[in-house]
Unconditional design. Structure first.
Lengths: 235, 269
């Protein structure tokens, strides 16, 4: 790449196309922000035993779903009408995949809220200590993967891929603790299983954030880092 | 990677097939019109039975490059060509090469269909044969060429009609049949579909896929989608310079050069 060509921040000759691409990016950001907010609210509805807040989370999901449909629509239109190439093509295909992960993260937040509503009807099993930490880790993964998308920053995306083990380890730790509760006192089973489910939802959120991060690496570098092991299998 | 490169089990060892030799090789090609260096030091190679698409904005030198491949600049008084163009290893720009014989090996199809207006369909296809002094029964060769150009079924009952009675798309395929009649090895196409409607364009593009089996094709096109559809390799020219050449899929999904990226994404004002 010659220095003179890399210095210039190139814009598309076709301004309407430029605007479409900007809209895709902005809508994904909006959707990502809402998704982060939903996770935070769903966890607060659990830790603060606020079932009203949990109901808000369930309602808030409608907007996320609408954004998914909007972004899909915008991407399809761009593919059909503009035939994007190179980095534009990678942006659009990335957007199409990222929205699915974001929408599912939103669904997981709703799942957390639903479990919270159930749990809030009984006395707390134990003070929530590790669970908010797990939620922080998951949320941080989502935030970082979205930051990586905004800044087109593959290094941040790689950090997301590197920190998934932390989440998995904490998940196992909490799971074992809850198992102990259940073995010691069968009256805790209902609540403990709900909490196990919440851990699972958070762990899935982390997985979706990884998917987003992998797509960001593809978007910026054009290399697909997913499923490295599958590459040794003959097609 | 290492798994792929590990040695084969004993007894199954075969010597690796030699890489296919290039059909066309261009080395340090420069084309000058007076003081204007229209093609600057282009070096590239094309494998046999593949399609190379040459893309770039107007005035980037892509047509000039194409024309240099069958010495069409010979007749331009101010034009000067340096460097090498090899077909099967033979340099076309040495004294011994007769440009007329060369053009039988390296055929050309132009932007606008250009049938000879006073000739019939059949005479048009046979024109190259007659001009090249190829004798014998032309009917068979005419039919074969028209079939190869995917035009036979449409014109077999009107071979004696004026070529100008055909539609634009048919005339272009007639021009291709005429180029094929002299049985070239390399086919150069300069914007072969730019004057055609989408259906006629699709026919030409489908034809390019079929012709690839027998010929090596180099096509200059303004349409990036067309380059993406028909070619195996794509070369991007800008201001006389070959900026980047690579597998077509790579050029359109992940080009290495910023200028290629800007061009294929539509960022050149």
């Amino acid at each position: 790449m010659s220095p003179e060509s890399s210095a210039r921040p190139a814009a598309h000759t076709d301004k309407a196309f430029e605007a479409d691409l900007r809209e895709v990016r902005e809508k994904i950001l909006t959707m990502g922000g809402k998704v982060e907010d939903q996770i935070a609210k769903s966890m607060r509805s659990l830790t603060e035993r606020d079932s009203e807040l949990a109901e808000q989370v369930k309602e808030g999901d409608l907007e996320i779903n609408r954004l998914e449909v909007d972004i899909d629509d915008l991407c399809r239109r761009t593919l059909a009408l503009r035939q994007p190439a190179a980095s534009d093509l990678r942006l659009i295909t990335t957007a199409l995949k990222i929205v699915t992960d974001l929408e599912r993260i939103g669904d997981e937040a709703v799942n957390i809220a639903e479990r919270a509503i159930e749990l809030n009807q009984s006395p707390p099993l134990a003070p929530y200590v590790d669970l908010p930490r797990l939620a922080d880790l998951a949320q941080n993964q989502v935030k970082k993967s979205l930051d990586a998308f905004v800044r087109a920053d593959p290094e941040t995306a790689e950090e997301v891929l590197g920190s998934d083990d932390q989440l998995d380890d904490l998940f196992v730790k909490i799971f074992n603790e809850l198992l102990n509760f259940m073995m010691e006192d069968s009256r805790t089973i209902r609540r403990a299983t709900s909490l196990v489910s919440i851990c699972k939802y958070l762990e899935r959120i982390g997985d979706h954030a990884m998917n987003v991060a992998e797509m960001v690496i593809y978007m910026v570098r054009g290399t697909d880092v997913r499923h490295p092991k599958s590459r040794t299998i003959p097609a | 990677m290492s798994a792929v490169a590990s040695p084969a089990p004993a007894g199954t060892v075969e010597s690796a097939p030699a890489p296919a030799p290039n059909k066309v090789e261009v080395e340090n090609l420069n084309v000058w019109f007076g003081k204007n260096n229209a093609v600057k030091n282009a070096t590239l190679a094309v494998k046999p039975n593949t399609v190379l698409a040459v893309i770039g904005p107007s005035g980037c030198g892509k047509s000039t490059f194409l024309r240099a491949l069958n010495r069409m600049h010979d007749l331009v008084p101010t034009a000067r060509v340096t460097g090498k163009v090899l077909v099967d290893g033979q340099d076309l720009y040495t004294r011994e090469v007769d440009p007329v014989l060369l053009r039988r090996r390296v055929g050309m199809v132009f932007q606008r269909p250009n049938p000879f207006p006073t000739m019939s369909v059949e005479e048009n296809v046979a024109a190259g044969l007659v001009l090249n002094g190829i004798r014998g029964d032309h009917h068979e060769l005419v039919e074969r060429s028209l079939r190869k150009a995917a035009l036979w079924d449409e014109v077999k009952d009107r071979l004696n009609h004026a070529a100008t009675s055909l539609s634009g798309g048919q005339q272009q395929r007639l021009s291709i049949a005429r180029a094929l009649a002299i049985e070239p090895e390399v086919l150069l196409m300069d914007e072969p579909a730019s004057a055609l409607d989408p259906i006629a364009t699709a026919k030409i593009e489908e034809l390019i896929h079929e012709l690839k089996e027998h010929y090596t094709i180099i096509i200059v096109t303004h349409s990036m989608q067309q380059a993406a559809r028909v070619s195996d390799q794509t070369a991007f020219f800008y201001m006389g310079e070959l900026v980047e050449m690579g597998p077509t899929e790579q050029i359109f999904t992940n080009p290495k050069e910023r200028r290629t990226e800007d061009y294929v994404t539509g960022k050149f004002g």
